[in-house]
Design a protein around this ligand. Sequence first.
Ligand SMILES: [Zn+2]
Length: 299
Amino acid sequence: MTERTLATETLVRTRTLGRVRIHALEAGLQRLDGGAMFGVVPKPLWEKRIPADERNRIPLALRCLLVETPDALVLVETGLGNKENEKFIDIYGVENASSEARYPDRLQEAIAAAGFSVDDISIVIDTHLHFDHAGGNTFRDTDGQVRLSFPNATYHVQRGEWEWAHRANERTSASYLPHNFDPVMEAGRMKLVEGDVEIIPGVSVYRTPGHCPHHQSVLISSDGEVGCFLADVVPTMAHLPLPWIMGYDVEPLVTLESKRALLKRATDERWLLVSTHDPFTPWGYAVADGRGTKVEEAA
Ligand SMILES: [Zn+2]
């Protein structure tokens, strides 16, 4: 198989959606077990889409989205952050260090490359609180202190996800690391939202449960165009077929219905789908393809 270029090699991609500019920020890579990522799908099928390494792991982007609305600079997701130890970094094959020492991680370097500072961000949206989506909410500074990465921001997550993260069990607890989110609440910066709500004009959250019971995707609307940050309801573009559902999901049949509803709207309205984890394709337009969905390349 020919080596395809990983999208994560480009730090920032920028395009317009209606009248707003959006930036795909490549906050690094992690590597997770390919079998776990594709659930019941046999390896001969999934490895054609994303090849595995010698430890059966596949590369996954840690992509975040920066949205310039007239009212606020919004950051959707925060990647994995810099607080984990070497053993963790090895197990999950994490590559998210900045090439410049002044940035604690690659996300903060990407924000600067897009022309902004962490102080400019006034809204952060966590789709859920797993370490590879909310780990960059906070960072460890050079003195070893855990601090908020976006000190002027109000962070948003579903109330149900907050509660779920705080009653983790043997199956779910490895994904929820309190230093990623408890300091945000302690600082009075965490806002718990309930249901599908508009966060600011043009940016709303859309519940897509299944991966976890209160998982949310994010919709950006401007001038008749809609973009959707999918997060883990469709973690890579290879997961567009309805039965391609992660083994990690706590309620896979709920994921199935979340996907069915989301992809129907997405193809009917030609949404720009933004992928969190796809290692090759950061975004693309949803179009119907027979009984399924595919994405058309978008610049
Ligand atoms: Zn994830």
